[in-house]
Ligand binder design. Structure first.
Ligand code: ADP
Ligand code: MG
Length: 287
């Protein structure tokens, strides 16, 4: 299961991960009141959809206009951006050409960015290890970095018996070129992120970008989390964050009947009596 950026930030903050202040809004008046509470002088209005690349994405009704993440300097501009976003379809590299309708926005305080980095924790299937990935190339899709400049990614597999250790955090901090108090902050940040990953039965936590501020703080400016569906029964608070608008209607219907159903492109289906067999039987061999 996936959740929105603001929900991921809320969960991560509960484990001690540093995030900017912000609030979600479903309507322009709600957004105005969140923006007033935050106080400015800089706000960031962020479309909430289950897809990345929002900053560089464009709205289908205004392809030459601004993207799905906007930095603004007045309450009027907050209101304007929110009404440009709510109810409109945002197309990003990750949504496909159909795009996704924005139904909620997140209003966040503006952050003074000195550096944009990448930090992720995922399950690496070939090594059967939870793995920490970091890169100096923050803000870019990690798949792209892996393809074009793999030497800019540091990968650390974590031994499940000993778990994440402070030396892992220090290795990451040095690889990212952090200095002084940033090192301790990054070690603490990673430890909090790892704790969230383990305790919430996540399958992926990605902070892209992880930001070093002008004042040297280490902050999550974006956050994405995926969860292991088989463990959701242990996490009612996470399950409550499910946004059915973001899910495929056929998959939702199948889940209600406890059927394993994965929507794919094309017109040929594959019906088998085991997940392993299903994975091994790709569409070409069905044909
Ligand atoms: P996406 O990855 O979907 O494009 P992000 O949340 O990563 O969305 O935002 C895109 C970019 O917008 C970030 O790389 C960052 O440069 C900028 N940005 C996002 N949030 C803030 C913020 N609170 N303050 C300043 N800039 C921000
Ligand atoms: Mg991002």
């Amino acid at each position: 299961m996936n959740i929105h950026e603001y929900q991921a930030k809320q969960l991560l903050a509960g484990f001690g991960v540093a995030v900017p202040r912000g609030g979600v809004a479903y309507t322009p008046p709600e957004a105005e009141s969140v923006a007033k509470d935050l106080g400015g002088p800089i706000w960031v209005v962020k479309s909430q959809i289950h897809a990345g690349g929002r900053g560089a994405g464009r709205f289908a009704n205004n392809p030459d206009g601004a993207g799905g993440v906007r930095v603004v300097k007045s309450i009027d501009e907050v209101k304007e951006s929110v009404s440009d976003m709510l109810g409109h379809v945002l197309v990003t590299k990750q949504t496909g050409t159909a795009g996704k309708e924005v139904k909620r926005v997140y209003i966040e305080e503006g952050c003074d960015i000195a550096r944009e980095l990448y930090l992720g924790i995922l399950i690496d299937r070939p090594t059967s290890r939870i793995t920490v990935m970091a890169s100096t190339e923050g803000g870019m899709e990690i798949e792209e970095v892996a393809h074009n400049t793999p030497e800019k990614i540091i990968t650390i597999p974590i031994d499940p018996v000993t778990g994440l250790q402070p030396h892992h955090g220090r290795r990451i901090a040095f690889a990212l070129g952090l200095e002084g108090k940033q090192i301790g902050a990054a070690v603490k940040f990673l430890a909090a992120m790892y704790k969230a990953f383990i305790e919430l039965d996540a399958s992926m936590v990605e902070v892209n970008p992880l930001v070093i501020t002008g004042a040297g703080e280490v902050i999550a400016l974006d956050a994405k989390m995926n969860f292991d569906d088989n463990a959701l029964f242990r996490h009612a608070d996470v399950e409550e964050m499910r946004d059915e608008d973001e899910e495929d209607p056929a998959e939702l219907e199948a889940a209600k009947h406890e059927l394993n159903y994965v929507k794919l492109d094309g017109q040929i289906g594959c019906m088998v009596n085991g997940a392993g067999l299903a994975m091994a039987t790709d569409r070409k061999s069905v044909v």
